[in-house]
Write a protein that binds this ligand. Structure first.
Ligand SMILES: O=C(CO)[C@H](O)[C@H](O)COP(=O)(O)O
Length: 253
């Protein structure tokens, strides 16, 4: 396993150990390449504790993960209150604002984050930044209804100050990426001075007609776990506290 995968696993295992408690019955499972380690660790909690638990996916990928792991599947319309949701992030700032939607799942991810009593982020150290847009430069993911995409792009270019905003194109399909909800995704990069205050830009984008959801999650998480290259884990908390879990104390090392 390469160092980045190890860092993802470390973050996921530590977060599960600290936040997925035996009494939790309804658990939200996010999307991306870090989340499989979340599911792996939950499975390791054993069949007795997982019996009767319901797992809510944020999209096609996490639904497959839940089903393949033999865990109970539910949906957020049946369970609008979730004990804990764990999810990855494209970048997280020091106030626990984050960019999500690199996998085009941010609409469902935000619904599950909001539905959760506790929302936890898991990521490798590359995602731990002072300001959003530092390493993840492709821009803020914006889910839009297909027929409105050109108008939303125009507004982003000329009104909201993102002249390089583009429609996300598929890689192994001709045409645009289509989300699990049948919508398109725009990636809109903003200058540093705008990303310093992500709530304001999120609210402005959300006001554009045709926008379904914006991949900026502002202060929604209780904690963010970052696996580091040296085997340690950095934990950032909503109240600004930062803990360092040493390599020898971290699970899976
Ligand atoms: O927001 C997401 C998908 O929409 C993912 O959580 C985000 O892209 C992080 O993924 P990874 O764990 O692969 O870095």
């Amino acid at each position: 396993m390469d160092a980045i995968e190890q860092a993802k696993r470390l973050a996921a295992y530590t977060a599960v150990d600290n936040h997925v408690l035996p009494e939790h019955r309804v658990i939200g499972i996010g999307s991306g390449s870090t989340v499989p380690y979340v599911v792996e660790r939950i499975v390791q909690q054993g069949p007795a504790v997982n019996k009767g638990r319901v797992f809510i996916p944020t999209g096609f990928q996490s639904k497959q993960l839940i089903v393949d792991a033999g865990l109970g599947l539910g949906d957020v319309d049946q369970y609008p209150t979730i004990d804990v949701t764990l999810d990855g992030a494209d970048e997280v700032d020091h106030q626990l604002n984050c960019v999500k939607g690199g996998g085009a799942c941010h609409l469902r991810e935000k619904v599950l984050a909001e539905a959760a009593t506790t929302f936890i982020l898991v990521a490798d150290h590359r995602k731990n930044v002072e300001y959003l847009g530092t390493n993840f430069t492709q821009g803020v993911p914006i889910e839009v209804v297909p027929f409105a995409y050109a108008k939303v792009l125009q507004n982003l270019h000329h009104i909201l100050g993102s002249p390089k905003a583009t429609l996300r194109m598929a890689v192994k399909k001709a045409g645009p990426v289509v989300s699990d909800n049948g919508n398109f995704v725009i990636d809109a990069p903003f200058e540093r001075d705008m990303m310093i205050d992500p709530y304001t830009i999120m609210a402005q984008i959300k006001m554009l007609t045709g926008v379904v959801e914006v991949g900026l999650f502002c202060k929604m998480a209780k904690a963010a776990y970052f696996g580091n290259a040296d085997g340690s884990v950095t934990v950032r908390w909503k109240d600004g506290q930062v803990n360092q879990i040493l390599a020898e104390e971290a699970p899976g090392n």
